[in-house]
Design a protein around this ligand. Sequence first.
Ligand code: 13P
Length: 291
Amino acid sequence: MSIVNAKEIMMDAAANGYAVGAFNITDLVQFEAVIDAAVEKKTPVIVQTSVKPSRFLGTDMMVAIFRTLASSAPIPVCLHLDHCTDVDYCKKCADSGYTNIMIDASKQTYAENIRQTKEVVDYCHSLGNISVEGELGTVSGVEDQIKVADDEAQLANPQQSIEFVRSTGIDIFAPAIGTAHGVYKTKNPKIDFERMATIHKMLNGNGIKTPLVVHGGTGLPEEYIKKLLAAGGAKLNVSTELKHTLIDATYNYISGHHDEYDPGKIDVAVRDAIRVAVMHWIDLLGCAGKA
Ligand code: 13P
């Protein structure tokens, strides 16, 4: 077993042209499914919780599940707090044992984004082996994807990205490049691959090895994923697809077995469906066999 932070598994990904899958979960069954898929594919994996499920189960419960599952899995596993806008909650999750914290102050002014992000970085680094993800620019909800993708001002500026990474000391960086959370409304969402590649090159050219994160994985076409990996993406986040998988698997099971009243069988159906979906992503990201 190994409990790891996100940076340590992403460094190898960044150096070797693949990405580590980062999968959002809300409960134990999905957590198990993600770990099972990663073990089967022999890949390092990042399990993510957004703030709502983390508050619902409680940070100690989430971390207890993480430690229990990770300790019997022969792969590196990271527990990541996703898009947290509250500095105090970031610190609470770090105290409890999350191993990667995302402080998302991207909606604040640039100066305030730096201030809050740096506060979380300093705190997490003082605790030890916890890495921190920061975001610059707007990763939109899908409703706004085209608007954001068309508006340079909402995407991460390459020069500012270098300054942001330097001043905050973040370990991994999510620049806004036009990807969006949710289901894309068009088959060809507008993504600024060039911008991603430029940021990657400029960081490296300045001796900064901070790996890059891609948000908004659900619905991205396969060729886009290849381009994003080639442009430096070393972590790719998938959330919405797994929520749909959970709800569809539950609905389908109950529809076919509505006289059964056996919750354990619903859990098995959900776990299997999520495991299959995650294994597909692992293949797309090229991380199979990297554990
Ligand atoms: P999707 O919900 O579009 O897969 O995005 C996930 C994500 O980026 C979580 O941070």
